[in-house]
Design a protein around this ligand. Structure first.
Ligand SMILES: NC(=O)c1ccc[n+]([C@@H]2O[C@H](COP(=O)([O-])OP(=O)(O)OC[C@H]3O[C@@H](n4cnc5c(N)ncnc54)[C@H](O)[C@@H]3O)[C@@H](O)[C@H]2O)c1
Ligand SMILES: O=P(O)(O)OC[C@H](O)CO
Length: 327
């Protein structure tokens, strides 16, 4: 496991609880030392006791030595740079697993595309784990389902078995495009929902944003060749609902701060270095949509609130004032 933030540490625990021998690489040596000494990653998962089958290290060579799967748990905008440094260390046939939910700003590529390109492996060797997976709830072993997606179904099944525990139930899927776009887009819709909460709006507003957010995400997915049914599944509607409704979501919390009138810089400072992927992916997804002639009005206003000083109240008015049309 490369990355010892909230989700990397939690998914490492899932893999260890499923019976695997897991080595977790942390960027800061003190985080690795704390995990090995106290079985805790107090900065990201206070109070969670990590299992014995999990060992941490600050040495990427040690982490990847002999690995049958290498799981990438770093933010999507740094993944390319991180992986370029790790590329010579990757075991030749290891499944490369992406946990990140974003679209790269500079290239508009999905994470599996970035991984395949930088690691120089076929896309069939890359898998994605995505679903309604708020790290803190899974770390507390609350029952959760997810999706393991890979173009190579057999590889997906192997990973599915490797991460099945009594509290974590993975399903397989081969629609990599749909699973990844759903995961990236839901962060942007969660920012919009957070803004709605910050403005004092209730569940009708949230539900309207979730449903129309799903509509625009599905439109983009279909234009890029995804199966529309994917968006009704765990990584689509499932993750969208979890992220938009939960105060645990960093994206929703970030949006809530913007809705209350904080600036982007203030909301970023309050995030204490934890990643809110939608803040950057709203721009890459908006560009991707424009490239394919797809309308994504919610994503468009989220981008303009985050990066072009559109205030949340006129943003809401703009969405409501759009041309009327059939559902
Ligand atoms: N937290 C969740 O509940 C959750 C669930 C599912 C998916 N995800 C996705 O997983 C990915 C990682 O999220 P997270 O929650 O672990 O984030 P995080 O902010 O908690 O941790 C990110 C990790 O990446 C490391 N990191 C940050 N910048 C880096 C850089 N430049 N080089 C190397 N390492 C760097 C940090 O040190 C940290 O270990 C994101 O794409 C997120 O959307 C998160
Ligand atoms: O905390 P967030 O907003 O990054 O969301 C976490 C997960 O992606 C939820 O599935």
């Amino acid at each position: 496991m490369l990355g010892a933030g909230s989700w990397g540490t939690t998914f490492a625990k899932v893999l260890a609880d499923a019976g695997n021998d897991v080595v977790l690489w942390a960027r800061r040596a003190e985080v690795a030392a704390e995990i090995n000494k106290t079985r805790c990653n107090s900065g990201y998962l206070p109070g969670v006791v990590l299992p014995e089958g999990l060992r941490a290290t600050g040495d990427a060579v040690e982490a990847m030595h002999g690995a049958s799967a290498v799981v990438l748990a770093v933010p999507s905008q740094t993944l390319r740079e991180n992986l370029a440094g790790w590329q010579p260390l990757l075991p030749p046939d290891a499944t490369l697993v992406s946990l990140a939910k974003g679209v790269e700003l500079s290239t508009l590529k999905r994470m599996s595309e970035v991984i395949s390109e930088v690691a120089d492996v076929p896309l069939e060797q890359v898998a994605v784990v995505s679903g309604p997976n708020l790290a803190k709830e899974i770390a507390a072993e609350q029952p959760t389902a997810t999706v393991v997606a890979c173009l190579d179904h057999d590889r997906a099944v192997t990973l599915q078995h490797a991460c099945s525990t009594p509290y974590f139930r993975p399903y397989t899927n081969t629609d990599l495009v749909g699973i990844e776009l759903a995961g990236a887009c839901k962060n942007v819709i969660a920012l919009a929902c957070g803004m709605a909460v910050g403005l004092g709006f209730g569940h009708n507003t949230m539900s309207s944003l979730i449903t129309r957010g799903l509509a625009e995400t599905t439109r983009l997915g279909v234009a890029l060749g995804a199966d529309p049914m994917t968006f009704a599944g765990l990584a689509g509607l499932g993750d969208l609902v979890a992220t938009c409704m939960s105060p645990l979501s960093r994206n929703r919390t970030f949006g809530e701060r913007l809705g209350r009138g904080e600036t982007l810089a203030q909301a970023q400072e309050a995030a204490h270095g934890q990643v809110s992927e939608g803040v950057k992916s709203c721009s890459s997804i908006r560009q991707l949509a424009a490239r394919h002639g797809v309308e994504m009005p919610i994503t468009d206003v989220v981008h303009r609130v985050c990066h072009e000083e559109l205030a949340p109240i006129p943003a809401a008015a703009e969405l409501l004032g759009r041309e009327r049309k059939p559902e």
